[in-house]
Structure formats: structure tokens, C-alpha cells
Design a protein around this ligand. Structure first.
Ligand code: IPE
Ligand code: IPE
Ligand code: MG
Length: 231
């Protein structure tokens, strides 16, 4: 599919990775087992996205609202993030990818933040494939911050200056936003950037969202007509 329909491959795909907790519950496992399975799937999907010729894959891993979850769930997520970064960032970079993190890292514990910042520091700034992970991310917070950053630089607030001062500055808007886990909402994810994204909702719980599920979403995208307001 990647070869025959290259022009219809979305340049930027973003995924709201939802349903880890329910996946675990169905198996009578702790929620942490769902997060662990989800993290493994996230790595698998980044490989698949690269193979498909997608240039940017953004994954929503932790929202600002998720920071209000019970401490034991957050601690489990943080240790998973640390493990993931230590184990996989270098592999990703060796494979020719760039890594970006979007979110307010100051909301994370210092040890988690350090691991993330070290990983990003080792990444090239640009590559054919960029993996963007949204951590402690909230879109409203991002927009307010971008207005403040643009104003502090003495810039007038325009669509261009605002876009450039978002965490995603320099990254093209997502063409396709996928949400797994059956909920039909954006949950404070890329609200500005999603202006003209195609939306795709899947009932599949994230740890079960296979490479084929991603292929199906991309195939569906390729059949959509994007009018951008025109006739
Ligand atoms: C998404 O899975 C991952 C995070 C929000 C960290 P959930 O943890 O929201 O899983 P469900 O929605 O409870 O199944
Ligand atoms: C959205 O999932 C956030 C992430 C996937 C990181 P949630 O499970 O937090 O969303 P809501 O609470 O159901 O909207
Ligand atoms: Mg959820």
C-alpha cells in the first residue's frame, strides 16, 4: 500500500492511545499491565508508521488531566516512561529517526524530566521520520503558553506567530488523528493543529491496535476527500 499510494499517505499521523486500563481489566490484570502493553504497541506502531512513509507520528501518552490520576498509577507510568526512554531512544535514533517531546515537562518529577531531556538531546533535530511524544500535554495550556511566548518576543498574535510558538512549532499540522478505545472526543489534544485533520475513531483498545489497524486507518484516510472549505 505504501508504494502504490504514496501521495495518499498522510504526512503526519497523531494517535490518542486510549484503552490501556480497560484492556487490562478485561484480562483481570492491574492497569499497569495495560500501560506496559500499550507502551510496547506504541514502539511497534512507530516502526510501522516509518515503513508506511509517514513522516511524523505523534502519540498522546500523558495529558495534563491524567496528572490527577492516583499516585500509584502515575508512578507506574513514570517508571515505564523512564524504561522506555532508556531502552528505545537510542534504537530509534540509530534507525535514523528524530525524537520530539511536546508538553509541559516542568509538571513531571525531576528524574523523569531528566531522562526525557537527555533522550531529546541525543536526537537529531531533523530526520525523514520524526516521532513526537506528548507528555504532560494539554492543548489549552499549549495555546495560552504560545500567546505568552509570542507576546514576550514582541510579536503580534497572528495564526503564523501562534503556530510557531506552540510546542509543535515547525511540525506540520496532523493530517489524520486516530483515537483508539471507543471514545469520540479529543480530550485536549492538538485542538489548534487539528483544524483540518481527518478524524478516525476505532473501538479497538490501544494495546490491541495492530499494525494492520494502522494500515486500515491510513487506507480510510486515502479514500477521504479533503476540501479545506473549497468546493
Ligand atoms: C490511555 O489509557 C493511556 C493514558 C491515559 C495514560 P487509559 O489509562 O485511559 O485506559 P482506559 O481509558 O482507562 O481504558
Ligand atoms: C486521553 O485519554 C489521554 C491520553 C490518551 C494520553 P483519557 O483516557 O485520559 O481521556 P478521557 O479522560 O477519557 O477523555
Ligand atoms: Mg482512557
Amino acid at each position: 500500500m505504501a508504494d502504490s499510494q504514496t501521495s495518499r499517505i498522510p504526512r503526519h499521523v497523531a494517535i490518542i492511545m486510549d484503552g490501556n486500563g480497560r484492556w487490562a481489566k478485561k484480562r483481570l490484570l492491574p492497569r499497569s499491565a495495560g500501560h506496559n502493553a500499550g507502551m510496547n504497541r506504541m514502539i511497534g506502531l512507530s516502526e510501522r508508521a516509518k515503513q508506511l512513509g509517514i513522516h511524523y507520528l505523534t502519540v498522546y501518552a500523558l495529558s495534563t488531566e491524567n496528572l490527577a490520576r492516583p499516585k500509584d498509577e502515575l508512578d507506574g507510568l513514570y517508571s515505564l516512561i523512564k524504561k522506555y526512554f532508556l531502552k528505545n531512544v537510542d534504537k530509534l535514533i540509530k534507525g535514523g529517526a528524530a525524537l520530539r517531546v511536546i508538553g509541559d515537562l516542568s509538571l513531571l518529577p525531576e528524574d523523569v524530566r531528566t531522562v526525557i531531556e537527555d533522550g531529546v538531546a541525543r536526537s537529531p533535530e531533523e530526520a525523514e521520520f520524526t516521532f513526537v511524544i506528548a507528555l504532560a500535554y494539554g492543548s489549552r495550556r499549549e495555546i495560552v503558553g504560545a500567546c505568552g511566548a509570542a507576546a514576550a518576543k514582541g510579536l503580534a498574535i497572528t495564526e503564523e506567530t501562534l503556530s510557531a510558538n506552540l510546542y509543535t512549532g515547525g511540525i506540520p499540522d496532523p493530517d489524520l488523528i486516530i483515537r483508539t478505545g471507543g471514545e469520540l472526543r479529543l480530550s485536549n489534544f492538538l485542538l489548534w493543529q487539528a483544524a483540518y485533520a481527518e478524524l478516525y475513531f476505532s473501538d479497538v483498545l490501544f494495546p490491541d491496535f495492530s499494525d494492520e489497524c494502522l494500515d486500515d486507518a491510513v487506507a480510510e484516510f486515502s479514500r477521504r476527500t479533503r476540501r479545506f472549505g473549497k468546493v
